[in-house]
Design a binder for this molecule. Structure first.
Ligand code: PEP
Ligand code: MN
Length: 366
């Protein structure tokens, strides 16, 4: 096992390098010829190896430049049973690289490291009076980020697609009036500059989680990013997508658990509350929960919001509308402002019990 210990030690010492570390576990019946062939193949790739012959299994530790060390072909070498990476492929998002929890600052509002982001607002940006009304209500309740989609990624091409730039302008007016940072979705790499002009934080929605061109573009932006988990994405997928953003230089990424697909139709999605501590054990990035999209049911949103906080979430994202029956999108899952107010006071009590703080608005005018 010396080879394994050696390689693990080197791995943790050299996280910043472009080196990669994997362990090959050979089949119990691997022949000497096969073992020699494995070593030759590794050398031919320009990589170093450490061989460890055990009574039952032979193990080969491999170190080398990550461009050369391509795991997949190694699985095809005769005699190889398993290829195990020592470090996750999401180097920058990993806790190994950054043991402390990251704190993301969204125009003065902190998320992560004991600070809770309280995002609230309607699903879509709608008419001005309604936007100001909802914003005033959620600010009074203690929300510290205001949301609303100006560009809506809809399942149907015939559904309301959002107000576009007019919606962005309106969001900015609301943000300026109530001194609350704005988070809104960007659906297309070509829109990143435009949305960044108006918004304090860019949301990448579940349907776009693996839109790599979009991730690359928001990674080049100076705005913090809210990256929502795709509806059939694993935690590894989510962290790899965060890595796309981080690798472009944008370190301000907040993750969001918003429910995943399931066979059960009684809720809109399946709220994966365990994803919160699971992500936190693997990554330093803040993770918030969105019980609105996770459940799709106003009666389930409050208990799931509280469960998310109890599980360690760094914030809660909730859709609020003052007249859900006329909402342009997601009306059936919207909380009324008074329902949000009641939930917000419960979330504040739970936050203080958990020793978490909620960044107040920089200068609230409500
Ligand atoms: C939204 O926030 O309104 C939204 C579309 O969310 P999701 O991408 O999680 O479906
Ligand atoms: Mn919505």
């Amino acid at each position: 096992m010396l080879a394994v210990r050696l390689i693990v030690d080197q791995a943790s010492n050299c996280l910043k390098k472009r080196d990669k570390y994997v362990i090959l576990i050979l089949k119990s019946n691997a022949t000497d010829d096969q073992i020699d062939h494995v070593l030759e193949r590794v050398e031919a790739m320009g990589l170093q190896h450490h061989l460890s012959r055990g009574t039952f299994r032979t193990i080969v530790g491999i170190i080398g430049d990550e461009e050369k060390l391509r795991q997949e072909p190694m699985r095809a070498i005769p005699g190889v049973a398993k290829v195990i990476p020592v470090l996750p492929a999401y180097k920058l998002a990993s806790r190994d690289a950054h043991p402390e929890a990251s704190v993301v600052d969204v125009s003065g509002v902190k998320i992560g490291g004991g600070h809770l982001g309280m995002i609230a607002g309607p699903c879509s940006v709608e008419e001005p009076e309604r936007m100001f009304r909802i914003a005033e209500a959620v600010c009074k309740s203690g929300a510290n980020l205001f949301r609303g989609g100006a560009f809506k990624p809809r399942t149907s091409p015939y559904a309301f697609q959002g107000m576009g730039e007019e919606g962005l302008r309106l969001l900015r007016e609301v943000g300026d009036k109530f001194q609350i940072p704005i988070v809104t979705e960007v659906t297309d790499p070509r829109l990143v500059d435009l949305v960044s002009e108006y918004a304090d934080m860019l949301q990448v929605g579940a349907r776009n989680m693996q839109n790599f061109a979009l991730l690359t573009e928001v990674g080049k932006s100076t705005r913090p990013v809210l990256l929502k988990r795709g509806m059939s994405a694993t935690i590894n997928d989510l962290l790899m997508c965060a890595e796309y953003i981080l690798s472009q230089g944008n370190s301000n990424v907040v993750l969001c658990e918003r429910g995943i697909k399931s066979f059960d139709t009684s809720t809109r999605n399946l709220f994966d509350v365990a994803a919160v501590p699971a992500v936190q054990s693997l990554s330093h990035l803040p993770i918030i929960v969105d019980p609105s999209h996770a459940t799709g049911r106003p009666d389930l949103i409050p208990p799931c919001a509280l469960a998310g906080l109890a599980a360690g979430a760094d914030g809660v994202h909730i859709e609020v509308h003052d007249c859900p029956e006329v909402a342009k999108s997601d009306g059936p899952q919207a909380l009324l402002p008074e329902q949000y107010d009641e939930l917000a006071s419960q979330m504040k009590s739970l936050a203080s019990l958990l020793g978490k703080t909620i960044s107040p608005l920089p200068e609230t005018l409500v």
